[in-house]
Design a binder for this molecule. Structure first.
Ligand SMILES: Nc1ncnc2c1ncn2[C@@H]1O[C@H](COP(=O)(O)OP(=O)(O)OP(=O)(O)O)[C@@H](O)[C@H]1O
Ligand SMILES: [Mg+2]
Length: 467
């Protein structure tokens, strides 16, 4: 890092001159005789390293350190102190100073300290860069514009940093529980370790334990003669994702609890204790209060699994995310299926907004995939979505799509002479029967769906109107 930016803040001109002579051709060096101007230029010209005198006129070194760490958390600070005032030095180190040097300064020692501090920064940047690469290579984008999901994501970023905490992710089907579990893994310090998952509801009880803990050679008849490594061990220094954890058998619950309490486990058929460091992230769409009340899930295990609980709100509760996520899938599927879609029509967008999302984001993904596949493009139209109108109108209460009806809002006025209601009804009915048949390409049951009436009612009306 030859062009590293270094701030030197010291009120003693002799020190400034000697350090400047020694370092100016190695670093981009900026010297200040007081803290104030240095602090002011932190934003426009953030330093990699700061050499900071403790006793300064005006803002002192300790207060300046606090502000530097606040404004430029990645910068390293080496304190310069006149005498080894233990108290002050200790408080500086606690505030995040990298090291300290005592006056009179030995330039060679200072150079080594500076090189070490910069190497720490370089390594940190390298890890950050690698972690970002892992994230983009291993994870689809996580889209979330709504305030609710932003809060969830900032919690996820915090949790990720403590790789020892178990996390329980709760949310309806398709809300992104697995995606969040992977995000926690790839944002954690253990991101280079394995991410393994086990669906606890997909395996019979007797297999769950051998999958989780493994077994010794000849542990039971029919077992692999070499024994088997369990997932808890295989995910060492990484993350084990237990999906549908609410379905875990009582035997496996007891063993998992012991592992979470002590980090220890036994393979089936073995008395040898194993210790591993594996983070457990679990997920469920069940209500644990109910499971615990029914005696189906151990309360002590629940508390162990849920050191941190992440609740992902359903898509219906975060309407602001629907269109951004739909646009993301639109781009993704257009590329994948080699189709040219550029946007979603206002009417289709309104339908997506008012749809009752039972399958959450997975359902939205499927709808967009289908639309890109069947639509003509370049715009996704309402009919490309294949959303059934009955479902659509359920959430709306009544069908109120501006493109279907212009009777929304205040509606037409009633003239003083009155209107012929029966004939108006007849003409409205014939208009919509014709339009719906056109839209459904002559398919009467689809046309009935578009009008939110039964097929029989549709047929009756059609023949009554002679259409
Ligand atoms: N915020 C998001 N942005 C983009 N894609 C998302 C988002 N959330 C979820 N997805 C995608 O939606 C799909 C469903 O997500 P995921 O499998 O993580 O849900 P889940 O909660 O584990 O579902 P289930 O309960 O059915 O197991 C995946 O394809 C995932 O990549
Ligand atoms: Mg899942």
């Amino acid at each position: 890092m030859t062009s590293a930016t270094v701030f030197l803040i010291d009120d003693d001109p002799l020190i400034r001159d000697s350090i400047e002579m020694a370092l100016a051709h190695t670093y981009r060096l900026f010297t200040f005789d007081r803290a104030e101007p240095a602090l002011e230029s932190l934003q426009q010209n953030p330093p990699h390293l700061v050499l900071l005198d403790i006793s300064l006129p005006g803002i002192n070194g300790i207060d300046a350190l606090k502000q530097i760490k606040h404004d430029c958390p990645d910068a390293q600070v080496i304190m310069i102190t006149a005498l080894e005032d233990v108290q002050t030095v200790v408080s500086a180190m606690k505030l995040g100073a990298y090291n300290y040097v005592v006056k009179p300064i030995t330039l060679d020692t200072l150079k080594v300290d500076m090189a070490n501090a910069l190497e720490t920064i370089r390594l940190r940047l390298e890890v950050q860069h690698l972690q970002e690469k892992y994230l983009t290579e291993n994870l689809p984008f996580f889209i979330g514009e709504s305030k609710t999901i932003q809060k969830v994501m900032s919690l996820v970023a915090k949790i990720a940093r403590s790789p020892d905490a178990s996390v329980l992710i709760l949310g309806e089907t398709g809300t992104g529980k697995e995606l969040i579990a992977k995000t926690i893994h790839f944002k954690s310090p253990n991101f280079r370790g394995p991410f393994l998952s086990l669906n606890c509801s997909a395996l019979p009880d007797n297999l769950i334990e051998s999958e989780l803990f493994g077994y010794e050679k000849g542990a039971f008849s029919g077992a692999n003669p070499d024994g088997k490594q369990g997932l808890i061990e295989a995910a060492a220094d990484g993350t084990l994702f237990l999906d549908e954890v609410g379905d875990l058998s009582p035997g496996a619950q007891a063993k998992l609890l012991r592992f979470l309490e002590s980090g220890e486990f036994y393979k089936i058929g073995s008395i040898e204790k194993h210790t591993v460091n594996t983070r457990v992230v679990s997920a469920s769409n069940k209500d644990f209060e109910v499971l615990i009340a029914k005696g189906l899930f151990r309360e002590d295990l629940y508390f162990r699994l849920a050191t941190v609980r992440v609740e992902i709100p359903s898509l219906n509760r975060r309407g602001d995310d629907i269109i951004p996520i739909a646009n993301y899938f639109l781009v993704q599927f257009s590329e994948k299926l080699n189709r040219r879609f550029t946007r979603i029509s206002p009417r289709a967008a309104a339908a997506l907004h008012s749809h009752a999302w039972k399958g959450n984001i997975r359902e939205l993904r499927n709808i967009l995939e289908r639309a890109v596949l069947v639509g003509e493009g370049p715009v996704i139209r309402f009919q490309d979505l294949g959303i059934s109108v009955s479902n659509h109108s359920k959430k709306l209460g009544r069908l109120r799509d501006p493109e279907i009806s212009d009777l929304s809002g205040n509606g037409p006025s009633l003239p003083p002479e009155g209107i012929d209601m029966p004939s108006l009804h007849r003409s409205l009915d014939s208009h919509y029967i014709r339009r719906s048949l056109e839209m459904a390409n002559g398919n009467a049951s689809r046309a009935a769906e578009l009008l939110n009436i039964s097929y029989h009612a549709f047929r009756r009306l059609r023949s009554k109107l002679g259409l």
